[in-house]
Design a protein around this ligand. Structure first.
Ligand code: PAF
Length: 279
């Protein structure tokens, strides 16, 4: 497995890939967990070569967010990639990746007005900018993203379509614990009690899905069910309970088009997100 530290290392590695061989790309910020490993596994199986990027992208952190505190366990990430059969890891320093006078950004307009975008202004602009630059450098045939961060995945898919990027976006199902709790790097911050309570997110989504499949098409009613079920778990704060269209990521009233039920809830200081895509 090669470790690529500079843009020119990556360009050289990419130029040496023989024509006709496919490249799968898994962008990450490191601190890899089983959810990332699922993306890596798919990327490896479905392509001749798999590249993982590990880069904590300063552009997607707000001024009050934890950019400097974000975990960077590079050695264990490297080992995990090696064991998973990854061909190359691209792990640049921020100063290497962005020039001091970097001034170009990419934005999918209107898609960050709701869900996580509402409380993180500029976050998805930072995500789109870094991913577009990474796509440009890696030139992958396929790129892998988790459905757990559904707003990110759908915004990036829209960017790929709008800019006619020549790659396939693969959205991979959320990996869950046996209880239904979605895997997240943030789960380590939960106490045992909070972890038990947080299973309410999956329970609420499952309940609302069952009602929808039984014929309920009123989004407000389903949001009520979601909220009521989450409230039984004594959450510290519900950040949002939303039902939005998959095509535009804006709230829908009637469930006639593909939609996402998405929730963000605090247990203690930890903010958890989860969602179901329907139908
Ligand atoms: O999901 C993440 O880890 C990041 O947002 C991504 C896609 C690697 C961009 O920095």
């Amino acid at each position: 497995m090669q470790i690529l530290r500079t843009l020119s290392d990556l360009r050289q590695w990419r130029a040496a890939v023989p024509a006709g061989r496919t490249v799968g790309f898994i962008p990450t910020m490191g601190a890899l967990h089983a959810g990332h490993m699922e993306l890596i596994e798919r990327g490896r199986k479905e392509n001749d070569l798999a590249v993982v990027s590990i880069f904590v992208n300063p552009l997607q952190f707000g001024p009050t967010e934890d950019f400097t505190l974000y975990p960077r366990p590079f050695e264990s990430d490297r080992e995990l990639c090696e064991r998973a059969g990854v061909d190359a890891v691209f792990a640049p320093e921020a100063g290497e990746f962005y020039a001091k006078d970097h001034a170009t950004y990419c934005e999918v307009e209107g898609f960050d007005r709701f869900l996580c975008g509402a409380s993180r202004p500029g976050h998805f602009r930072g995500v789109c900018t870094v991913v577009l630059k990474l796509f440009n450098l890696v030139q992958p045939h396929r790129a892998y993203f988790g459905k757990k961060d559904i707003q990110q995945a759908l915004i990036l898919r829209k960017m790929v379509t709008d800019l006619s990027l020549n790659l396939e976006m693969i959205l991979v199902d959320t990996v869950r614990e046996a209880s239904g709790l979605a895997l997240s790097s943030r789960n380590v911050y939960l106490s045992e009690g909070e972890k038990d309570r947080a299973v309410a997110l999956f329970r609420a989504l499952s309940k609302a899905r069952a009602l929808y499949l039984d014929g309920e098409k009123n989004a407000e009613k389903l949001k009520g069910i979601l909220k009521a079920e989450i409230e039984t778990s004594d959450p510290t704060r519900i950040d949002y309970v939303e039902i939005v269209s998959q095509a535009r990521l804006d709230p829908v009233l009637s469930l006639e088009e593909p939609f996402v039920m998405a929730v963000a809830v605090f247990y203690g200081k930890t903010r958890l997100i989860d969602n179901f895509l329907l139908p």
